[in-house]
Design a protein around this ligand. Structure first.
Ligand SMILES: Cc1ncc(COP(=O)(O)O)c(C=O)c1O
Length: 372
């Protein structure tokens, strides 16, 4: 595999002292209350191996949160596992089911960790390219790609990098497609708390038939502004989770204990996440207001903490070249979308991460307005 675009763009951003809106992480602090809870747990002596599946109190709190948000029930004893970020959960879910020549449907543009893990497992990625600006799925096309070898469909909603959502009718169409098949759905929902303008997140666990065949994956790093802590979880019905933990057990065994204790207390209070849609919508709006006179065109992001901007009014350069030039000449780092597309399809679109302080967002928009 070549070096990832995140490594390239963040490296360039550091070298040129550029504002880094490329990689998806916040540049503001995680909660002090949460940090104090971690210290407290350490000082109280919670420093040895946690339960292989995760701290039971945390799993119970997660099950309650899912029940409240999505009216869906998981048994914390054997249907939820705490993982080393969503990344480990994705790895486990793919490797425990995908074997040689199994086909896995992936919607593009896609987060870059799915395809390598499918290939590592001997599987064959089958891509469906979605298009700017709405990135709508044509479910007939999906149906036409299903063969006797199709083992898994990976979806990501809200979708990184596009900032779009799978709507109720998408989830119903997917449910209809996999009903009475052995196809497993891997639903990457790490941006579940970032939806805007009244749009709501449609978790796979809200749809009973879909839920029975789905792994649902979440990331505390994304939700609680601490991507460096690398904690997430996976929820799935027992028959799927029984397989998942076989990989988890011999991959990392268990996740660090004091952080789990801290999250168990912190997540009990829904105020610690209910503010997120408004918080991020305000950041998106600050960014979009700041660039209203710029030459980029866009559709406001509906979810995630990313905004796409199309630049074909400015230049016809290839998106990777343009992104590099923006770092070197204008000191702003972004991600070119072609790297996530089939055959590096270039629709002249860049991704900007707005999980940044208001000061950084304002500085970035001032630069973007100067690009002619
Ligand atoms: C769609 C998607 N899935 C998974 C991850 C990984 O999450 P984590 O940092 O919890 O491993 C990311 C991180 O950028 C992501 O954007």
């Amino acid at each position: 595999m070549p070096e990832s675009i995140f490594t390239t763009m963040s490296g360039l951003a550091n070298e040129h002292n550029a504002i880094n809106l490329s990689q998806g992480f916040p540049n503001f602090k995680t909660s002090t209350v949460l940090q104090n809870l971690v210290s407290k747990a350490m000082l109280e002596g919670h420093n040895q191996y946690a339960h292989m599946r995760g701290d039971l109190e945390l799993r119970t709190v997660i099950a309650q949160k899912i029940k409240t948000l999505y009216q869906s029930t998981y048994n914390p004893e054997n249907e939820i596992t705490i993982t080393a970020g969503a990344t480990e959960a994705l790895f486990n879910a793919i490797t425990c089911f995908i074997h040689k020549n199994d086909e896995v449907i992936i919607f593009k543009p896609a987060f870059d960790s799915y395809e390598p893990v499918v290939k590592l497992s001997g599987g064959v990625p089958v891509f469906i390219q979605l298009h700017y600006p709405n990135y709508k799925v044509n479910w007939q096309e999906v149906a036409s790609k299903i063969t006797s070898k199709t083992k898994m469909i990976i979806l990501n909603t809200p979708l990184n990098p596009t900032g779009t959502l799978f709507e109720d009718q998408d989830m119903l169409a997917l449910q209809n497609l996999i009903k009475n098949t052995n196809i497993i759905v891997l639903s990457d929902e790490v941006y579940e708390h970032m939806t805007f303008d009244g749009n709501i997140h449609q978790s796979a666990c809200k749809y009973p038939i879909l839920k029975a065949q789905s792994f649902v994956i979440a990331s505390f790093g994304k939700t609680f502004h601490n991507t460096g802590w690398k904690i997430g979880y996976c929820a799935a019905p027992k028959p799927l989770m029984d397989e998942f933990v076989k990989v988890h057990e011999f991959n990392v065994y268990s996740i660090n204990t004091p952080y789990q204790k801290a999250f168990a207390t912190f997540i009990k209070d829904s105020n610690n996440y209910n503010y997120l849609p408004t918080f991020y919508q305000n950041k998106r709006d600050l960014f979009l207001n700041g660039i209203k006179d710029a030459k980029f065109s866009y559709i406001p992001s509906k979810g995630t903490y990313f905004q796409l901007l199309k630049y074909d009014n400015i230049t016809q350069e290839n998106d990777v070249d343009f992104a590099k030039r923006l770092v070197i000449e204008f000191k702003i780092a972004t991600i070119p979308i072609s790297v996530f597309n089939v055959n590096h399809l270039d629709e002249k679109v860049l991704r900007f991460c707005f999980a940044k302080t208001d000061e950084t967002i304002i500085k970035a928009t001032e630069i973007l307005c100067k690009i002619q």
